[in-house]
Design a protein around this ligand. Structure first.
Ligand code: ZN
Ligand code: ZN
Ligand code: FE
Length: 762
């Protein structure tokens, strides 16, 4: 009659209210026994009738707490045991250590009800949370993840909070950041010298008034400070932009709830799901015509970045202001997000009019994540709050702990051991001192939290990268230099558990190849340990090197001179006619080949053609013109331009862009709209991609195909390539790992381990 069952649950099951939920389930099924965290997840030892146990296991697998994710559920029989009750037992942390700290979680529905219930003791308390919601990773100082090892340690729980914390079955049982107005953190509104304006609930009111009046408020959130402003007010948004020195990048908007989000953007089912997901990323979606937000939120863009409130403070502010808020990270352009009160006051003085601060410290700064739906699936473009520090499972465990140092732009690092790879939050561009300092601090923190030091350090081939210099500071490790595009392809292999050979289309702006040239239009036949370069793009000369990246009109000029063999109709094109002297100088540089290194990156083609057709001489930020060129494409246009693929020379196919450039120029001179030209340009590139893959399959045999590199953040391109190859190849896009340089560190880890331990190999 009596039976026993042991159930090992693996996945995201710690710190997400999993044990209390198991506890309630066990009580409902009349079982006895225990549940506890172990080193790898949660173990349940349950006793009762076999029927009740079967139902229990079935219910476990069925519906779990929202932020949890069961990767595997293994059961085996146990001899019956005469236990009297079901209990939540102390953790047993032996065996391999994992990151037992979960990602931060958005305020749950139960807590929201309390927040707005005047009879609740936490009515309008900005720091309420429970086992299903609240800060996690950003407040963790050590492991195991217990209150004493978080920035909540200085707050001694009051009697009422302690009772909740200690009562199994209470929804605040072992909620480490549990707090109430009597014992928890306090909110303050301060001016830019740090002087108190008001405290507590009045602070929210002060901030609401300021926002309504069009002022900019710095708001301390989970992973750092946001700069908030009324998204409907042209004046407020313009003020924010001007002070933040961010004159073009789109700003994220936080509507109050999903219904308010629908007013701003036409959302697909998948986008809606992504918006309310526990990770709460900024979701890029199609902005509705006439959406009630200031134009300056996302000038010229057909997209808008939306994110829903994820802390009680957000909910209070949005309820008070009754308008969507711009919520952009609290920094000046190119600096890391400010996280400390003092740091924010110092760095955001003159930017914010009022500061909403509190005394719960942020241990690990973390930007908002950014995601969008491509080909019906979510793709994380910037991976940070909500996703970090969730592990990416590796199909082949690494032999020794590996650190991948990443690339310098949109950098992340990745620390891996056993079968888990931990990607750091997005750390920005390492060129600035502040960003590089934060990068180094975050590496040290990950090593400490994971209790592991790398024995292998992988880095980009580029000798000038700060991340490469950093890799060289490690003593007594094996270092491995990984070609940028091999790392891109490997990041997709790691994400999709592809251990064999793949065809990798790695298209991005730039990255150093093994021949010292700038690559970025590559088709590689790759394994984890090596690659063969099958195809690339005809290179374009970058007059002035990096200057051409900032001034894409120079790229346009180079493309035209190449495509028309020196006979380009430059005087009929305003982009060049407007700057005759500069154009002459650059033309000479190009013709003489002085300081004009060749670049194969497809991103440069987007820059150059975008500059030509849109008449945009300069980029205001990295990838600016390329992005606008992408977004200009008319979705209804399906015709393409001719584009050539040259027969392989020395085994390497080359995409000849000259026919494309000539056709674009002809359409432009004929007065065709930029929307049509952009669409035809996209079609041509997708056709070229599909043709290359088909040729590769024909000559080398079928392999899975991965699309990676920053160009495949471009939904139109990625979807078109995938659609063309449907039924012909197994095409994989990125999902949990960014296609851009934020994923490179994971690829480096995957490659370095394979290189050193000779697994597979092209
Ligand atoms: Zn909650
Ligand atoms: Zn309390
Ligand atoms: Fe790249």
């Amino acid at each position: 009659m009596n039976a026993g069952r042991r159930i090992d649950v693996r996945g995201v099951v710690q710190g997400v209210g999993f044990r209390p939920w198991v506890y309630r389930l066990a009580l409902e099924e009349g079982l006895t026994g225990r549940v506890f965290n172990d080193a790898e997840g949660v173990r349940i030892e349950a006793f009762g009738s076999s029927r009740a146990l079967d139902v229990f296991v079935a219910r476990l697998a069925e519906a779990t707490p929202p932020a949890s994710e069961i990767r595997s559920l293994r059961t085996r029989d146990l001899p019956p045991e005469a236990s009297a009750a079901f209990e939540i037992a102390p953790s047993r942390e032996d065996g391999v250590r994992r990151f037992s700290i979960p990602p931060d979680l958005p305020t749950c529905p139960d807590c929201l009800v309390e927040l707005f219930d005047p009879d609740d003791r936490r009515f309008r308390y900005p720091f309420l949370n429970c086992t299903s919601c609240g800060p996690r990773f950003t407040i963790a100082r050590g492991v195991p993840y217990d209150r004493a090892a978080t920035t909540m340690a200085p707050f001694a729980m009051c009697g009422a909070c302690r009772r909740e914390y200690e009562t199994p079955g209470d929804r605040r049982f072992h909620a480490q950041p549990n707090a109430c107005p009597a014992c928890g953190p306090t909110l303050r509104a301060v001016d830019d010298r740090g002087h108190d304006v008001v405290c507590g609930r009045d602070a929210v009111d002060a901030a609401v008034r300021a926002l309504r009046d069009g002022f900019v408020v710095a708001v301390k959130g989970l992973g750092g400070f946001h700069l908030a402003a009324d998204a409907r007010s042209d004046a407020a948004v313009a003020r924010l932009r001007e002070r933040k020195r961010r004159d073009a990048k789109p700003l994220a908007v936080m509507p109050r709830d999903p219904a308010a989000a629908e007013v701003l953007a036409a959302l697909s089912e998948e986008e809606r799901r992504l918006l309310v997901s526990p990770e709460r990323p900024i979701v890029l979606a199609a902005r509705r015509a006439g959406a009630p937000v200031a134009d300056a939120v996302a000038p010229r863009s057909p997209l808008v970045g939306l994110l829903l409130p994820y802390t009680p403070l957000h909910h209070l502010l949005l309820e008070g202001v009754a308008s969507p808020l711009v919520m952009t990270s609290g920094n000046l352009s190119d600096e890391p997000i400010a996280a400390g009160n003092g740091e924010a006051l110092a760095r955001l003085r003159g930017v914010a009019d009022l500061f909403l601060v509190h005394d719960r410290e942020i241990e690990s700064p973390c930007d908002d994540s950014v995601a969008r739906v491509v080909a019906g699936r979510p793709v994380v473009l910037r991976r940070a709050r909500g996703y970090v520090p969730r592990a990416i499972p590796l199909v082949r465990p690494v032999a020794r702990p590996v650190l991948g140092c990443g690339a310098d732009l949109k950098s992340t690092f990745c620390l891996a051991f056993g079968d888990s790879a931990y990607l750091s939050p997005h750390l920005g561009d390492l060129e600035g001192d502040a960003a590089f300092t934060r990068y180094r601090e975050t590496v040290a923190r990950f090593e400490r939290l994971l209790g592991v030091s790398p024995e292998v350090v992988a880095h980009d081939l580029h000798p000038g990268f700060a991340s490469t210099a950093f890799a060289r500071t490690f003593a007594d490790v094996d270092t491995v230099a990984v070609a940028h595009h091999h790392a891109h392809v490997a990041s997709a292999m790691a994400e999709h558990g592809l251990a064999g050979e793949v065809f990798g289309l790695a298209w991005d702006g730039t990255g150093l190849g093994t021949d010292d040239a700038s690559w970025g239009g590559e088709l590689l036949l790759a394994s984890a340990a090596g690659f063969e370069r099958l195809a690339t793009f005809r290179p374009v000369a970058l007059a002035g090197g990096d200057a051409a990246v900032r001034e894409p009109w120079r790229v346009a000029l180079a493309l035209l001179l190449d495509a028309f063999d020196g006979e380009a109709p430059l005087d009929r094109l305003p982009l060049f006619a407007d700057r005759p002297r500069e154009a002459t100088v650059i033309r000479e540089m190009l013709e003489k080949g002085v300081h004009a290194p060749p670049a194969h990156g497809v991103g440069r083609l987007f820059d150059g053609i975008g500059a030509l057709v849109l008449g945009r001489a300069r980029s205001r930020f990295e990838g600016d013109v390329a992005l606008d060129w992408n977004l200009a494409a008319d979705p209804r246009e399906t015709r393409g331009y001719p584009i050539g693929i040259d027969a392989p020379a020395a085994g390497l196919w080359s995409v000849d862009t000259r026919p494309l450039v000539r056709a674009v120029t002809a359409d432009l001179l004929a007065g065709r709209s930029s929307a049509t030209i952009s669409a035809r340009f996209h079609v041509a590139l997708a056709e070229a991609a599909a043709a290359l893959v088909r040729e590769a399959i024909r000559v080398r045999g079928p392999r899975p195909v991965v699309l990676t590199g920053g160009c495949f953040q471009n939904a139109r391109l990625a979807e078109d390539v995938a659609a063309r190859l449907l039924g012909e190849a197994d095409v994989r896009l990125h999902e949990r790992v960014p296609p851009g340089d934020g994923g490179v560190s994971l690829g480096q880890v995957f490659v370095a381990d394979a290189v050193l331990h000779r697994k597979g190999g092209v």
